[in-house]
Design a binder for this molecule. Structure first.
Ligand code: MG
Length: 169
């Protein structure tokens, strides 16, 4: 049985998608893709609030039929307070491995009005790759603004989208 209590099916390639958003607040570091980015505000949350890691984790868990990060890492769990999302991402990689899957590639988008993300993309890909045992070339990260529209446009938060492809080992 899988975590949704449905019978397991033969392994085959599967895709998953993830979305996350966190508020920008004072007195928090801004962590994206496991990299601390210089900023006057950071993302608020129970863990380090790394919105990019969280979207990627949901894409991977979704692809594996493993529900979502809230199920595996509840924000009511005191042991997860302030935890690095790279550590959580590593655990997600292990869940997929145990399920018999390998990651094909990940493609993600960070939506933020500021600061500039592009200078940090290479290091993010390297750190995400290390957490998942994946070549950085198999992790795509794009950055865009929200054209000053909505809550992201007003700088109230940062959002991230991710897609992942996994296949049987
Ligand atoms: Mg989150």
């Amino acid at each position: 049985m899988d975590s949704n209590n449905l019978p397991l099916r033969p392994l085959r390639p599967r895709a998953g998608s993830g979305y996350d958003v966190h508020c920008l607040v004072e007195d928090r570091p801004l962590i994206l893709g496991g990299v601390e980015i210089p900023s006057d505000r950071g993302l608020d949350g129970h863990s380090d609030a790394d919105v990019l890691c969280h979207a990627i984790m949901d894409a991977l868990l979704g692809a594996a039929g493993e529900r979502d990060i809230g199920h595996h890492f509840p924000n009511t769990d005191p042991s997860l307070a302030g935890i690095s999302s790279l550590t959580l991402l590593e655990r997600v990689g292990k869940i997929l491995h145990e399920r018999g899957y390998e990651i094909g590639n990940i493609d993600a988008t960070v939506i933020a009005e500021a600061p500039k993300i592009a200078p940090h993309l290479a290091l993010m890909r390297e750190r995400l790759g290390r957490a998942l045992g994946l070549n950085p070339q198999d992790i795509g990260i794009k950055a865009t603004t929200n054209e000053q529209l909505g809550f992201v446009g007003r700088g109230e938060g940062i959002a991230a989208l991710a897609t992942a492809l996994i296949f049987p080992r």
